[in-house]
Design a protein around this ligand. Structure first.
Ligand SMILES: [Zn+2]
Length: 339
């Protein structure tokens, strides 16, 4: 049974415990929920990857956060990174990954209306819709395959045989990594899907001008790797290049007041030496992971809570479940991030 399945079992009962009790007993008064996009219209390029919240669901979750926590300012977050997120008061700081267009059109206006500061983590390769993230390619293909019965399935599985002899097209698309870009393009061709045309017509990402506007509005813009490749299959040199090049892009284009980096996918399997080198070289002021509520030991590093997981459709339950899971792990001494 994986962790998400366990959390899914806990989630329906999580409402039985008052959130203030959960916060107080964990000692984690500062939380960092994160999302990618919010939309009332279906987004086929994201729908196979995570649950995209409708505007009313997102506002409901923000109102729950506002009721129980104070929105943290960017300056407060900087200060908290030094103490590994240990806070005296209940605080929250939202963030949004991958630089999707909805960040500018939907999310930022809601945050401004509610007086909430936040961070947006950007992949330079996607800015201005120059390139499509390989996982988004997978989502588009999965949707097209499930919608229509395609003769292309046979042809694409034949193509897959050369690299993955035992994988079905669905298995491949669910697991496709950065190194499979070419194969994804070839399969798209079989299904008559034009990724370049999709980028041009749908404009799924923000452009540089919109990112600049977000920064002008007081939001923090951070880096998220150049092209969102998986760090857990990358060499240490590749990781350092992804970190420094994406941060340098931001310095050159928008010069953010604080240099931040959110690890793409997860910081799991990122060696301590990478954190040490980035900190010693002054590449960032702080960095972020996606491990939920955990005790972090690495300097200037904060863990965030994924809010679009399959744990629950209700963000309030996701947060409560995170606390319960933290408590259960602490019983077994597993609530610390180990590297
Ligand atoms: Zn991401």
């Amino acid at each position: 049974m994986n962790i998400e399945t366990v959390k899914r079992i806990i989630a329906p009962f999580s409402g039985l415990l008052p959130v203030e009790k959960l916060i107080a007993s964990s000692g984690h008064r500062f939380i960092l929920p994160f999302w990618h996009a919010v939309s009332d219209v279906p987004l086929p390029h994201l729908s196979q990857l995570y649950r995209v919240l409708a505007i009313s669901e997102f506002e409901r979750d923000l109102d729950f956060l506002l009721k129980n926590y104070k929105p943290a300012s960017v300056e407060e977050v900087s200060g908290l990174a030094i103490t590994n997120g240990k806070s005296e008061q209940n605080l929250f700081f939202p963030s949004f990954d991958d630089g999707m267009a909805e960040c500018y059109h939907v999310i930022a206006p809601i945050l401004k209306k509610k007086g909430i500061q936040a961070a947006f983590f950007i992949n330079p390769a996607f800015v201005d819709n120059k390139m499509l993230f390989h996982r988004l390619k997978s989502s588009l293909l999965l949707n097209s395959i499930t919608q229509i019965k395609h003769t292309g399935i046979e042809a694409s599985e034949k193509l897959l045989q050369q690299k993955f002899p035992s994988k079905s097209i669905h298995q491949f698309l669910r697991q496709a990594a950065f190194t499979d870009h070419l194969l994804l393009d070839q399969i798209a061709e079989i299904f008559g899907i034009d990724f370049e045309l999709f980028l041009k017509q749908k404009q799924p990402y923000m452009n540089l001008q919109q990112i600049k506007e977000l920064q002008k509005d007081g939001f923090l813009i951070g880096a998220h790797g150049m092209d969102h490749r998986e760090f857990f299959i990358s060499s240490e040199e590749e990781m350092m290049a992804q970190i420094s090049e994406s941060i340098n892009f931001l310095i050159q284009k928008i010069n953010p007041p604080i240099k931040t980096f959110a690890f793409p996918f997860t910081d799991f399997k990122v060696p301590n030496s990478v954190f040490e080198k980035a900190n010693t070289d002054g590449l960032w002021n702080m960095s972020f992971g996606t491990a939920g509520i955990k005790d972090e030991t690495v300097q200037n590093h904060l863990q965030r809570i994924p809010m679009e997981s399959g744990v629950s459709k209700d963000g309030r339950k996701i947060i409560r479940t995170e606390y319960i899971w933290y408590y259960l792990k602490s019983v077994f001494g597993k609530n610390k991030v180990r590297r």
